[in-house]
Design a protein around this ligand. Sequence first.
Ligand code: FAD
Length: 635
Amino acid sequence: MSATNLVILAVSLLVDFTSAGVPLPRYEALLKEQSAPSDPTLGLYDDEDKVVRLTVNNFNATVVDQNHGALVEFYNTYCGHCRRFAPTYKTLSDHLLPWSEVLIVAAIDCAAEENNGVCRNYEVMGYPTLRYLGPGFQPGPQHYGQSLHTQDIKEIRETLAGMVAAENLTSSHNNSHWPNFHYLSENDSASSLFEGLSSVKQYVVVVHEPENTTLGAEVALFMTQWPTVSVRRVVDPAVAAKFKIDPSNRPLSLVDRKGEITAYAAEPNSESYVKKLWEVLGKKNITTRPAKVHQPLATPPTKITGQNELINEVHRNKHFVYQADLEQAIRTVLHNEVSKVGEISGEKLLALQRFLAVLQRYNPLGANGHQLVSKLKDYVVQFNEQVSGSQFEEELKRLEAQLSPVYSSTHFVGCAGSSPRLRGFSCSLWTLFHFMTVQAANNEESQDPLEVLQAMHGYIKNFFGCTECSEHFQAMASRRKIWSVPNKEEAVLWLWAAHNEVNQRLAGDATEDPEFPKKQFPATDSCSECYRTPASKSENLDIEWNKSAVLAFLKNIYNPLFISRYGVQREELLHPSEDKMRQKRQIINVFTDMDMRMGMLLYAFCIAMMVLAFKLFAFKGYRKKPYGHDVLGKV
Ligand SMILES: Cc1cc2nc3c(=O)[nH]c(=O)nc-3n(C[C@H](O)[C@H](O)[C@H](O)COP(=O)(O)OP(=O)(O)OC[C@H]3O[C@@H](n4cnc5c(N)ncnc54)[C@H](O)[C@@H]3O)c2cc1C
């Protein structure tokens, strides 16, 4: 059998383990007990996955001070990189399911506001972040678990095996399934292997572990699902020889209670070792723990209620900007992103002050929202040195309670995805920044061309929970010379072009919503005059734009008077006079360009006919004058 086939077999075998012999009882309970996030539209993992979903409500009880270890992923639903990593993490959780008596694979969604405190306390600086929390783990200052700096399944597995094995050597905890990770020494023999072992154990597997590998530890962890088998590691070839092990040919052996030893050949990787043991033990009718089929708790939400209606509305009005999205962006920024930061000082504090100042000036919220932002800004500005995320959150909640109600809507409209895990916050954040650049361009008082772009740059760099996006954006900003933008209109266009570059990079990406494919914006059917090249070429990367038409288009769609209130639940909170203009624009948008031209022609024709009729009438009237009296008979 070729090496490749063997690897494939081994991997499929590992996957088989998960479906055949596990989940194990306690893990099963954890999967069942996991509390679903209060917002069902969030979260990258569902009941079908072997990833234990953590929230503020079950975090401590599941991973703090437990007798098992935990791999915890801190992620943000709206972070593209987290979305791309999710399938890998699911596969990893399948692979590591056999380890579940010793280590669970868990994840917490830091985009869910309820989890702010946890993500803040664990000082999560980038997303996704992987941390190992060992058995008996207690969080404390500078003690937030050990970080794993890889997203490769094999490397994660090896790193974890090393961490778990090291744990065993340094701490004491009460877990009868925990393998004995101590290496065998020259004092050990076939008979001494069973000393102190429970009578349930019928076999001890001895595994040769080449130096600087975690092979033996990995095998010991995989074998925790065989209750009658124990695993011991050996490094020293002389000691290994006592167990009939030849590291290059027969690197593992099976020892029974009678002291009989049988050595086996296997490729030098844990998958191959486990496969061989599975085969050997199967022949001896030694099995894993009884299979427990994981029962999903409920069908995961695939569509938000009323989603089709929303999507139809958004497809009908492709370039509409929705009040609901602007509000969701602000709410998430304040409640989730800023509140989640542990310490806001230095550059971060300045960035927050700038952002709030710009938001105060170009605030799309109603009167209460205006008060909220300006009071929040005043609150933050009084701090010269630092303010903590929790202080900010406390003040935000106090002000919101005082000014309530602040927001007119509670969900995305234009940024709603066809599935709860798509689009959302990052879409609304773009929308908010475009909105603000356009407001700045229309504001006579402000002369600073970089006002909004600088606030955006600071925000994205210091607070945006999509780490990969933030890094890309900063690189793009310097490549596209953001600090040299000469005027406010160019700032509108700078952001438009930068966003299009991101659209182009992400077209066809796994994070793309099939209902809303990434295209160059605006599409030809929204603004044909924005294109100098023929419409048919609009998908090309080298579109020749008519920038003045693009600017006019952006100024039009991001005009506060034309922001759609579709999906808004409390319209009374918003400025009343905007409604008429909005309706007018909606009517205009019902007609195509051709309709409009025909309408204008008809209108001109009617005017001409009226003028003609009037002239004819007047001329006739003039000719009747010779009668010398009017209709009343007066002369
Ligand atoms: C600053 C920033 C950087 C990002 N970088 C990354 C990254 O590196 N990797 C990653 O995976 N994700 C990144 N994202 C997320 C990504 O850009 C999208 O927001 C996400 O994939 C959701 O896409 P969407 O289809 O909802 O539309 P979005 O691209 O979010 O667009 C939102 C809305 O803006 C309008 N729009 C689109 N293009 C333009 C334009 N050029 N000018 C004006 N309006 C426009 C459309 O109405 C659209 O519906 C980033 C987000 C932000 C805010």
